[in-house]
Design a protein around this ligand. Structure first.
Ligand code: FAD
Ligand code: NAI
Length: 467
């Protein structure tokens, strides 16, 4: 270690970006510490994000299968009832095991956890409470938090107007949950509470759900969530909320302006996006400026404009996803250690964990065309996939977009019960620069949902077998 500093590497934030960066830095022989202000490690993802939301999605899906006919299709009847307290306790257990697991990994790899909030004094020095800590390299991995909506004040403790954190720990099933924002959080947590018995209304500003995804996927999402009983109000915005005892009155206006209407809700979820966490870091002290979106810009190796200061995860541009943050965590540590750490930002899968799941990697058809590609598209419906048919879960399709000239795969979009698992194969193929023909001629086990990807790739060539 360089004796001039307390540590070789100091990471600020112990989310998927920060904890992974710290562990990899330590693995590479660097003396490493990680500052985290939460009581537990793991950041947004483990504490109030990916993990508790997936626990509740899984649990609520079990109830839905029992109550809403899927099991009955198979001649299985169950008198399923809900004990919300038990469900929440099991979720807390899952979270605790995973955050505890990171603490164990820190000990195992000799990463020092410094508890508290870090603020820069200079490019090699931070203050945490009364302590001053120095490091040769500092990684900012402070993540993001909920974007507030003016006029709709979130109060998670009161439990009526909540953000995602509050929606993961409601003490009762809402009678009527209004979700503001038809993006990933709104649809995942809206699905949880719908399955548990709430009436759910989704108010979305744009003309389709799931912005950023392929138009075919977004159209399918609209149909599927409507079929599942969600009331979806597109091209609408909420401009105010008033709490009257147990009710919340929401003022909803057409996005383009016009007459307002009032919707009465028992609970409201604000999920209109997230924004980078930079408050209190004292970036002024090191002269680090933010971009127009409030993010920290970096070079491709995650170096900021300030020597010795690096940044990764939700606080920098790119999709706000845990696996993107993790890969950047590994890369930044390797770069600090003098190796070459790279993240291919063109191949980062995204998954919405509803039923069915919505997953994508690479470019949408619109993006591919905008980028100047002539495209060939192959689509295969899950309805024609034998395993989906056998399982009676035939919602969705696989769409493969390839360059018309080179046949190289540019993007894959999947709606299917197992889309989140299936997309990994597409990501691997794209990472290896595969053509659609490569996928079409790869032997896939039968009967699996994954065969639908092979058939969609065959469809790019105009020759699927089962359609
Ligand atoms: P974070 O996980 O936000 O961690 C940053 C940490 O830094 C925090 O713990 C914070 O307390 C700490 N910190 C901030 N400032 C300071 C400071 N000054 N000093 C000390 N500590 C500080 N992504 C997926 O890929 N899959 C999912 O299924 C998924 N589900 C999600 C569900 C929900 C409800 C939410 C809200 C998010 C979900 N995400 C999901 C997104 C994912 O959680 C984030 O992309 C990921 O956590 C970003 O990692 P990060 O390390 O950049 O930041
Ligand atoms: P989002 O960006 O996915 O969706 C926000 C939605 O709100 C958009 O559709 C937007 O058009 C709409 N909107 C914005 N302002 C509005 C207004 N005033 N009225 C009505 N609608 C409005 O953001 P979300 O769902 O809050 O999630 C934040 C981030 O967290 C995501 O971008 C994602 O990166 C991450 N996340 C990832 C998950 C996953 O990977 N499965 C799960 C949950 C979150």
């Amino acid at each position: 270690a360089d004796q001039t500093y307390d540590y070789d590497v100091l990471v600020i934030g112990a989310g998927p970006g920060g904890y992974v960066a710290a562990i990899r830095a330590a693995q590479l022989g660097l003396k490493t510490a990680c500052v985290e202000s939460r009581e537990t490690l793991g950041g947004t993802c483990l504490n109030v994000g990916c993990i508790p939301s997936k626990a509740l999605l899984h649990a609520s899906e079990l109830l839905d299968e029992a109550q809403n006919g899927h099991m009955a299709t198979w001649g299985i009847t169950a008198n399923a009832t809900l004990d919300l307290g038990v469900m929440m306790a099991e979720k807390v257990k899952a979270v605790g095991e995973l955050t505890g697991g990171i603490e164990f990994l820190f000990k195992k790899n000799k990463v020092t956890w410094i508890k508290g909030r870090a603020a820069f004094q200079d490019a090699h020095t931070v203050k945490v409470g009364d302590d001053t800590i120095t490091a040769k390299d500092i990684v900012i991995a402070t993540g993001s938090s909920v974007t507030p909506l003016p006029g709709v004040e979130v109060d998670n403790a009161a439990g009526q107007i909540v953000d995602s954190t509050g929606a993961l720990e409601l003490s009762e099933v809402p009678e009527h949950l209004v979700v503001i924002g038809g993006g990933v959080i709104g649809l995942e947590l809206g699905s949880v509470w719908r399955r548990l018995g709430a009436k759910v209304t989704v108010v979305e500003f744009l003309d389709m759900l799931l912005p950023g995804m392929d138009t075919d996927v977004r159209k399918e999402a609209g149909k599927i969530f409507k079929k599942q009983g969600m009331d979806i109000r597109l091209k609408s915005k909420v401009t105010g909320a008033t709490v009257n005892g147990k009710k919340v009155s929401l003022t909803v206006e057409p996005a383009a302006g016009g007459d307002a209407e009032t919707i009465e809700a028992s609970h409201v979820l604000v999920s209109i996006g997230r924004r980078p966490n930079v408050d209190g870091l004292n970036l002024e002290a090191i002269g680090l400026e933010l971009n127009k979106r409030g993010q920290i810009d970096t070079e491709h190796d995650f170096r900021t404009k300030v020597d010795g200061v690096w940044a990764i995860g939700d606080v920098i541009p790119g999709p706000m996803l845990a696996h993107k943050a993790e890969d950047e965590g590994i890369a930044v540590a390797e770069n600090i250690a003098g190796q070459t750490g790279i993240v291919n930002h063109a191949v980062i899968p995204g998954v919405v964990y509803t039923m069915p799941e919505f997953a994508d990697v690479g470019m949408t058809e619109e993006e591919a065309k905008e980028a100047g590609h002539q495209v060939k598209v192959g689509k295969f419906p899950m309805m024609a996939n034998s395993r989906a048919k056998a399982n009676r879960d035939t919602d969705g399709f696989v769409k493969v977009i390839a360059d018309a000239e080179t046949d190289r795969v540019l993007g894959v979009h999947i709606v299917a019960s197992l889309a989140g698992t299936m997309i990994a194969e597409a990501a691997l193929a794209m990472e290896f620069g595969a053509t659609s023909e490569d996928i079409a001629y790869t032997c896939h086990a039968h009967p699996t949902h994954a065969e639908a990807l092979k058939e969609a790739a065959m469809a790019v060539q105009g020759k699927p077998i089962h359609m």
